[in-house]
Design a protein around this ligand. Structure first.
Ligand code: NAP
Length: 287
């Protein structure tokens, strides 16, 4: 298929690379220069990339970025073909995504929210999980592309529902990791060694995919970004906004939001969100 891929960050670049490897004709674009994908043509604007594309796939930071790429000067909308499908894998507010879908549909194209879970490792290995809000027939058309970049794609409902489900899942990730980090700090402060504690965690019901994924990085004190703290913090804000809009109270998440604020003030925003551990350690006076 002819695909435009817009946004070559931690996630977008390996996703686009996997599409090229599968034999698709891919045009890529990134806001700042110097990022490219082997075997893909680099376009000078979203508008140029989207010209003649059957599929336009986005993976950029936030709501503002999606709006600019789609509707800004030289945005996708200026060249989008009727019948094309725009797929957005950025994590943004469901409400905003619905408005973008409406504007794209007015141009005769379709729109899909397909945020992902699986992080950098999942993007690189083609093992992402796509959480999709789309028309059923459009979802079916995209299966060959989901299967190249991911291990599964789950359609949870119509437009916006993929993002609503994604935010709920990231809520669990944020709270689970903070639970792990707080447990480590409390145990260490009481003189418990980390190695036997990890053995206990791994054998008991508190074991989790989040801990499995993060523990090796934490033990190696490698806080380089797989999922940057600034982006998880952005997601926490989106969850709190979605909760406000829907009359839901999230006291655990409100507290975690404050931990992220402190950690960002300490200069950790561009590290992985696992670096919130360092903020807890600092407050407790342990490492
Ligand atoms: P990233 O490495 O920070 O990349 C962000 C991308 O967005 C870059 O290509 C950046 O361009 C582009 N961008 C930012 N602002 C823009 C703007 N105003 N206009 C156009 N492009 C803009 O982020 P990432 O980790 O790939 O994440 C991308 C999305 O996936 C986010 O919504 C994130 O929440 C979500 N996500 C990430 C992970 C993860 O583990 N990393 C997992 C699941 C979901 P420049 O290169 O010019 O800065």
């Amino acid at each position: 298929m002819r695909i435009a891929f817009l946004g070559l960050g931690i996630m977008g670049k390996p996703m686009a690379q996997n599409l090229v490897k599968a034999g698709h004709e891919v045009k890529v674009w990134n806001r700042s220069s110097g990022k490219s994908v082997d075997g893909a043509h680099s376009a000078s604007s979203p508008k140029e990339a989207a010209r003649d594309a059957e599929i336009v796939w986005l993976c950029v930071s936030d709501t503002k970025a999606v709006e600019e790429v789609l509707f800004g000067d030289d945005g996708v909308i200026g060249s989008l073909k009727a019948g094309a499908i725009v797929v957005d894998s950025s994590t943004i507010l469901p409400d905003a995504s619905l408005k973008f879908a409406e504007r794209v549909r007015k141009n005769g194209a379709d729109f899909v929210d397909a945020p992902v879970t699986g992080s950098k490792v999942g993007a690189e290995s083609g093992q992402l999980i796509f959480i999709v809000g789309a028309r059923a027939e459009t979802f079916e058309k995209l299966q060959p592309l989901f299967s190249v970049m991911g291990k599964s794609a789950v359609r949870v409902g119509a437009n916006g529902k993929g993002l609503a489900a994604k935010l709920s899942m990231n809520l669990m990730i944020a709270l689970t990791y903070e639970g792990f980090a707080e447990a480590l700090v409390l145990a260490k402060k009481q003189g418990v060694e980390v190695k036997p504690l990890m053995s206990l965690i791994n054998q008991s019901m508190v074991r989790s995919g989040v801990v499995d994924y993060k523990a090796p990085f934490v033990m190696a004190r490698d806080f380089s970004a797989n999922f940057p703290m600034r982006l998880m913090h952005k997601d926490i804000r989106l969850m709190l906004e979605a909760a406000r809009q829907n009359g839901v109270k999230l006291p655990g998440l409100e507290t975690v939001d404050k931990v992220y604020e402190s950690s960002a003030r300490e200069g950790n925003a561009n590290l992985d969100y696992a670096a919130t551990l360092m903020t807890l350690e600092k407050a407790a006076g342990v490492s």
